[in-house]
Ligand binder design. Structure first.
Ligand SMILES: [Zn+2]
Length: 399
């Protein structure tokens, strides 16, 4: 007996379509750009993409009206299981005070005090906000609990919303262990890891002065890897340090921030398998120097862009905003920034089924109120995302 075929949806009259499938398009760029294009989705996947004039019949038809379409954004770095607010800290920082890692403690206290329902409502709110801006895949981390039960709780809540969950017990040393950081590392690599590993895909560490040094980071990442979690690292955000080299050495999926890099760091990223994930929302919100995307791209590194959405140092869920910053201030072309926010994010999550529009990929599509993806940087701050399909289902924004 044959199963009933899934209904097909045709999105046609797409003025320009970014496929991220080189060789597909009529321009020789990694974006695989198609003009006057169409896609067909069925069963949550793309089943056809090509010139609109040759599109097959489908059960449902959506006319894109000549607008641009892109793969849904892949936000490979966020911290969305939290409670509370740090408006006062941001306000103070914008009045001339330096950002330090210790501000995280404020959010830790608020998160511990919150109920499960409050945390779930909060993550739901920010995910809805992100979806409306075109994000169809996101990674998110624990790291505001810093006790065995609070870290495991954060990951259980995160896992209701995404498969891309990251154990970040090593965000900062828990306040209770301020005088015993070695004891905290023992907790993170022992009982806390035992409680968190079943709910996480990744292990992460904030390798930075004021957080964890290279030896501690190595111990934490190695312990996580032994439990089947793949490493990713908060590296070289506030200054030079061992994070990037450690990430490459341990074959981490991603080194995130990469703001302060030596030539040896750049070489390591260019020659290793670790993606360099740049988080310009953090530099924006801490008024810090920008990471040099041009230098990484020139060396041959794979670059991803992500929001780092968190209440302390980068409270934006907007991938278009990050694209605009990357183009304006980090030396990226609009094409490169778009690629990094979609296919680059997928690479940082070691996924090949998202961040691209090709037969078999998950049907994640964002339609822009613009004739070209370039408008994401050309028209910063303007809400250009008009429609979003995630796994073939059109989001209802209640418009
Ligand atoms: Zn982060």
């Amino acid at each position: 007996m044959n199963p009933t075929p899934a209904p097909t949806t045709l999105v046609t009259n797409i003025g320009s379509l970014v496929t991220n499938t080189p060789g597909t398009g009529d321009c020789a760029t990694p974006l695989g750009l198609l003009h006057d294009a169409a896609v067909v989705m069925a069963g949550g996947r793309f089943v056809w993409a090509g010139p609109a004039a040759r599109a097959p019949e489908a059960d449902e038809r959506y006319d894109a009206g000549g607008r641009a379409a892109i793969p849904g954004f892949v936000d490979s770095h966020s911290h969305l299981v939290f409670a509370g607010d740090r408006t006062a800290e941001f306000n103070a920082r914008m009045s001339g005070h330096a950002y330090r890692a210790g501000g995280i403690r404020t959010t830790v206290a608020a998160t511990r005090a919150a109920t499960d329902d409050e945390l779930d409502a909060n993550i739901t709110r920010y995910l809805t906000e992100a979806l409306r801006q075109g994000t169809t895949t996101f990674e998110t981390k624990s790291g505001y609990g810093l006790t065995v039960e609070d870290e495991a709780r954060a990951l259980r809540i995160a896992a209701r919303h995404t498969d891309e969950t990251t154990y970040l017990g090593a965000h900062i040393v828990a306040p209770e262990y301020a005088d015993d950081p070695a004891g905290y590392v023992d907790l993170v690599t022992g009982p806390m890891l035992d409680a968190c590993a079943p709910h996480a895909r990744w292990v992460d560490v904030f390798c930075e002065k004021g957080a964890f040094d290279g030896d501690q980071a190595r111990a934490i990442l190695t312990a996580g890897a032994a439990r089947g979690l793949v490493p990713r690292v908060h590296a070289n955000q506030l200054g030079h340090g061992p994070g990037v080299q450690l990430a490459v050495e341990l074959n981490a999926a991603s080194a995130d921030h990469c703001t302060h890099l030596t030539d040896a760091d750049v070489d390591a990223l260019a020659n290793g398998t670790t993606v360099a994930t740049l988080l310009p929302g953090a530099e924006f919100s801490t008024r810090a120097d920008w990471p040099d995307a041009r230098r990484l791209l020139a060396a041959g590194a794979t670059v991803a862009l992500s929001t780092d959405c968190n209440p302390g140092s980068s409270f934006t869920s907007s991938m278009p905003f990050c694209i605009a910053l990357a183009v304006r201030d980090m030396g990226m072309t609009p094409d490169e920034a778009l690629w990094s926010a979609t296919a680059g994010g997928a690479a940082a999550l070691r996924r090949t089924d998202i961040g691209r529009i090709s037969v078999g990929a998950r049907a994640d599509l964002a339609l822009l109120d613009a004739p070209s993806h370039v408008h994401l940087a050309y028209r910063p701050g303007v809400p250009l995302v008009r429609e979003v399909w995630r796994a073939g289902i059109r989001a209802d924004f209640g418009n």
